[in-house]
Design a protein around this ligand. Structure first.
Ligand SMILES: C[S@@+](CC[C@H](N)C(=O)[O-])C[C@H]1O[C@@H](n2cnc3c(N)ncnc32)[C@H](O)[C@@H]1O
Length: 846
């Protein structure tokens, strides 16, 4: 791997913008120049002015004055919202309604739609008026060439009504997406739903909803809901079918919520992080700084494939662009603490933009990227079809990429070294008449493992007879070249599919040709040297050749690397079955000795959107496992549990400033083992003489695993990993739980992703049950997977007697869950079930 110095890593570039609630200027190229001179990258502009706001309020007021109050329709049991009332129509914009005008600066702006509307209002009049305002603004922004729009998020609380209007909001956003076909829309959301923070200000339409439609607050005591705003976002993007131009703008509060909430937002398409001046702390010198947990979260977000922009809000004006002379400016939103103190003002080098300076400084201090991050640049959350190295010959460049791994080859060398040392120390017999240990690399590629085996032999001081088998005729040319130039002709090369390789051919010693048991003196079993099997394929077969005779013998150490992202998905089991008989039946070993497949359910909205897009041209797309460098995902089942109350728990890890960026780790996933394979297989069933094809039934696997899920979310699919024991305690792992300890910094494999055609909603304190198969028809291998979601219900006194048959009652199936954990006593109610997905069409050919 090429040498790398962290100081050369420029780290992620921060794009920082400035937001002012009421910017009262027309943005021209000159203004943009001013913005850049102040070290900002962009700025926001409101689409409409306070003049427009007043006009709409006047319109509403006169309309309401003429309107008869709505009547209750007893027949349909709802308010008469469909009667022939005269509609209220907002007239189109006039010059005084917007400062925005199309010019060269427009593309550098983020437009902001009005905050005073209420698309979720329970009063249809207010909701419709709000929708009209939004549509006028979006249409004008699109006309002016605005590329990015910020839309204030849905109002979630109306008296005792909660989140009732989110669907209306979502429907309006869907219309907006069609109206502005070149605009990227950002729904501006808080990280958690805090009803107390959702306050109406003067001029807002929300409080103008008519009493007939609103419910009083009596009896309702809404509390903070950590996933409330995320749930609203989920409804919006679902309604908009995971639209590729729909993103989140997330406001970072002064105190961050738990890591569970942070990790959820990390998996969503957050393209803007907005930070209010009031979210900053003050350091000892009085300068604004962010808490360690904010720094950690920002660092994580900045490592995403599309790093979010940062928008500073309420941090004072851009120097030179003060909204002077207008009583309506946002200066009122600044607290006294935001102004320089007298002593600061007296200093010559007073910083007019200390918040921006801090963010720029934070950018400089971003931790350097890890080996895998550098390696995977551009591949984060990018779906790739798994390799099929058995049926497709790999290109040299693909091998070159493998060979950059700083860990894999090192670990293989250690494993071979240890195996050879043990061989010598335990005085194990060898399969070579000369007493050398016979080592074969099967699937040698361009030969890196051969080089490592030779090195391990030299280091261990144990002589080996080295063989390399490769079926890729192109890679074989390179193996021959390496043998001439690097290995000094010490390696016997075999160009063959390993499944038809009969084993190493060795020259017997003269004495052996007379069938004397010399093996004994060499520590080699005589049976090995003198078996006279009939089949040519059988190791131990002794061809009738003139002396000194050559005969097939066994391999002592068979080295292979045929693993895929899900361990067995590149058909390592099937290939190694084909060389099983080549390995010495008593003392022969395989490196790897075993490998296992692991998985866990995940929320992966970006991957889901990509799979949906691919389905247009490829109907099999949602039934294909993909290799992906997973980043923007959230683990739905974790070994940690969230604090019960997000705001009042002082021990909440995320809100506790930690010592470094790296300590802000997201919760640890529960990754479970699906199945495993070990080699050599001492129980390989004999092949039936009745069948022309070889039965592969022994490589079928199936599993059904249950994953408790603590927080509600959406399951888009499964993240798959592998672990392998090379030899003894030398292991490789891509499992996020064990990788650090077993093979940190290994880059050869990205995880695998098994998508779900239709995402499944998961309730709080739910359970996700996955059934998975590894299937074969003796010609190919494929996977099948299905996900069920259960809600766990504590039985109420009246519900303790479960109906005789829920199926008869037409209700979801119910299973009594007698589980040995805190969930014991709950009944499992199935609330969702996926199709049985199958990758049979894209199965791996044997
Ligand atoms: C993942 S690559 C590993 C290459 C090399 N050992 C390394 O670690 O860099 C797997 C190699 O096995 C070869 N291979 C796969 N199946 C094979 C088979 N049945 N017989 C021989 N070679 C095989 C492929 O052509 C490929 O070169």
């Amino acid at each position: 791997m090429e040498s790398y110095s962290p100081s050369e890593d420029p780290g992620p570039a921060f794009c920082v913008g400035h937001h002012e609630h009421n910017r009262l200027i027309t943005v021209t190229p000159r203004v943009i120049q001013n913005v850049h001179e102040s070290n900002y990258d962009m700025m926001t502009v409101p689409i409409t002015t306070s003049h427009f706001h007043s006009r709409v309020l006047r319109l509403l007021s006169s309309y309401l004055a003429d309107l008869q109050s709505p009547t209750h329709d007893d027949h349909i049991g709802t308010m008469a919202t469909t009667s022939n009332t005269r509609p209220l129509v907002v007239p189109s914009l006039s010059t005084a309604d917007s400062y925005l005008t199309p010019n060269d600066a427009t593309s550098q702006l983020v437009g902001v739609t009005s905050t005073w509307i209420d698309l979720c209002s329970p009063d249809p009049l207010i909701a419709d008026l709000s929708r009209q305002v939004l549509m006028l603004e979006v249409a004008y922004a699109a006309f002016c060439g605005i590329g990015y729009l910020l839309i204030p998020g849905p109002k979630l609380h109306h008296g005792s009504l909660h989140s009732e209007g989110v669907i209306y909001y979502a429907r309006a956003v869907q219309d907006a997406l069609n109206l502005g076909p070149y605009i990227q829309f950002h729904i501006w959301l808080q990280m958690v739903d805090n009803p107390a923070a959702e306050v109406d200000t003067i001029g807002d339409l929300a409080p103008l909803a008519r009493a007939e439609y609103t419910h009083s607050n009596e009896g309702a005591s809404a509390s903070i809901d950590p996933f409330g705003t995320w749930e609203a976002w989920d409804s919006i993007r679902k309604t908009c079918k995971y639209h590729t131009r729909l993103f989140v703008a997330l406001t970072l509060p002064k105190q961050l919520p738990s890591l569970f909430v942070q990790s959820r937002w990390h998996s969503e398409p957050v393209h803007l992080l907005t930070i209010e001046g009031s979210a900053f702390l003050k350091n000892q010198k009085g300068y604004p700084v962010l808490s360690k947990s904010h720094q950690g979260f920002i660092a994580k977000m900045m490592r995403l494939r599309t790093a979010p922009w940062i928008l500073l809000c309420g941090v004072g004006p851009i120097p030179g662009l003060e909204n002077t002379g207008d009583p309506d400016t946002n200066q009122a939103s600044l607290s006294a603490a935001d102004y320089p103190s007298l002593s600061q003002a007296g200093k010559k080098h007073h910083d007019p933009t200390p918040h921006l300076s801090y963010i720029r400084n934070l950018q400089q201090r971003q931790p350097s990227r890890t080996a895998i991050e550098r390696f995977g640049v551009g591949y984060q959350d990018y779906l790739q079809a798994p390799l099929q190295p058995l049926t497709v010959n790999l290109e040299s460049i693909t091998y070159e990429v493998f060979e950059k791994d700083p860990i894999k080859y090192e670990w293989y060398e250690k494993a071979i070294y240890k195996a050879l040392r043990d061989w010598a120390d335990q005085k194990k017999p060898t399969s070579h008449p000369d007493g050398k240990v016979i080592v074969a690399v099967v699937g040698a590629g361009r030969g890196p493992l051969v080089t490592r085996a030779l090195k391990a032999s030299a280091e261990a001081g144990v002589e080996i007879d080295m063989w390399a088998v490769e079926k890729n005729q192109n890679a074989f040319v390179l193996l021959q070249r390496h043998n001439d130039t690097i290995w000094g002709g010490k390696v016997t090369l075999v160009q063959s599919d390993m499944r038809s390789w009969k084993g190493p051919l060795v020259r017997q010693q003269r004495a052996q040709a007379t069938k004397e048991p010399v093996g004994e003196s060499l520590g080699i079993e005589s049976s090995l040297l003198h078996t006279s099997k009939k089949s040519e394929n059988d190791p131990g077969h002794e061809p009738e050749v003139a002396e000194p005779a050559v005969c097939y013998t066994h391999v002592d150490i068979l080295v292979s690397e045929l693993l895929g992202s899900f361990a067995d998905n590149e058909l390592s089991p099937e290939c190694l079955d084909g060389v099983n008989d080549v390995i010495h039946p008593d003392h022969g070993i395989s490196i790897p000795a075993s490998y296992s497949a692991h998985f866990t359910p995940v929320s992966a909205p970006k991957l889901h959107a990509d799979v949906v897009n691919q389905t247009v041209s490829n109907p099999a797309a949602p039934e294909t496992p993909y290799v992906v460098m997973l980043h923007a995902i959230d683990f739905l089942s974790t070994v940690d549990t969230p604090a019960s109350n997000e705001s009042s728990n002082p021990a909440n890890r995320a809100s506790t400033p930690s010592g470094s960026f790296a300590t802000t780790e997201f919760p640890t996933p529960l990754v479970q083992t699906a199945w495993s394979f070990s080699h050599p297989n001492r129980h390989l069933p004999p092949q039936s003489r009745m069948q022309s094809t070889i039965s592969n039934a022994h490589n079928v696997r199936q599993t059904r695993l249950s994953f408790p899920s603590q927080c509600r979310g959406v399951c888009h699919g499964l993240a798959g990993y592998f672990e392998t024991v090379l030899y003894g305690d030398i292991e490789l792992s891509t499992n996020p739980v064990t990788m650090e300890a077993k093979s940190a910094d290994m880059i050869s494999w990205f995880p695998i992703y098994f998508p779900l055609k239709t995402p499944l909603s998961v309730p709080d304190n739910g359970e996700i049950v996955v059934t998975m198969y590894r299937q074969t028809d003796d010609r190919k291998v494929w996977y099948e997977w299905m996900v069920e979601v259960y809600a766990l219900e504590r039985p109420t006194a009246s519900a303790r007697t479960v109906p005789v048959s829920y199926a008869q009652a037409g209700l979801p199936s119910v299973e009594a869950a007698a589980r040995p954990n805190s969930r014991a006593g709950c009944r499992r109610v199935r609330v969702g079930m996926s199709d049985l997905h199958s990758s049979i069409k894209d199965g791996c050919l044997m």
